[in-house]
Design a protein around this ligand. Structure first.
Ligand code: XMP
Ligand code: MG
Length: 179
């Protein structure tokens, strides 16, 4: 077994239960179903953190969708971003004239979404919206429009439900606080 020197998952405080996550995803899916009736949006997941949220979301949707991913990295330490976003894996789907929804796990400083919006806009989609599972309450309103929001959370570092600390804890079924 690999020892990472990190706290066992059982010691981390649960911030959002599996049931609350499930309900939030159901609400988001209902809103997207309503807004995109008769359309076939392209959901663009932001790797890696959004993979579990996106997987849950698409299984709740009735509208047909296409799924693609971008992968971004921000320089910095494990719990603090440096303010620099860079694209590690670009979008492969031609989204010109398509209805695009960015699917992000958590919006913190919003740097990632602010980077991705112009990146995707340059590809001339018919429409472009943002869906995020979590928005951190940082005291200032988010500098980007969040069209579909699962829930706001306190400004703490969270893991689980796809989110990691040094690549650990992504598999936790609920959202926990790393203290
Ligand atoms: P920004 O600041 O660009 O942050 O809105 C978005 C990205 O930063 C990562 N992030 C976190 N990852 N726990 C994590 O595991 C957190 O509490 C957290 N806050 C931000 C995440 O990759 C997200 O896509
Ligand atoms: Mg991360």
């Amino acid at each position: 077994m690999v020892s990472t020197g990190q706290a066992p998952a059982a010691q981390l405080r649960v911030l959002v239960s599996e049931e609350a996550l499930r309900q939030a995803v159901a609400r988001l899916a209902a809103a997207i179903d309503r807004d995109y009736a008769g359309k076939q949006p392209v959901l663009v997941g932001v790797l890696k953190g959004s993979f579990i949220f996106l997987a849950d979301l698409v299984r709740r949707l009735s509208v047909p969708v296409e799924v693609d991913f971008v992968r971004v990295a921000s320089y910095g330490t494990a719990t603090r971003t440096s303010g620099q976003v860079r694209l590690v894996s670009p979008l492969k789907t031609d989204v010109r004239g398509r209805d695009v929804v960015i699917v992000e796990d958590v919006i913190d400083s919003a740097l990632t979404v602010r980077y991705l919006l112009p990146y995707l806009r340059r590809r001339r989609p018919a429409s472009l919206r943002v869906c995020a599972m979590f928005l951190k309450e940082t005291g200032t309103p988010p500098p980007v429009p969040v069209d579909y929001l699962g829930m706001t959370i306190p400004n703490v570092f969270v893991v689980g439900y796809g989110l990691d600390y040094a690549e650990q804890y992504r598999q936790l079924p609920d959202l926990r606080v790393l203290e």
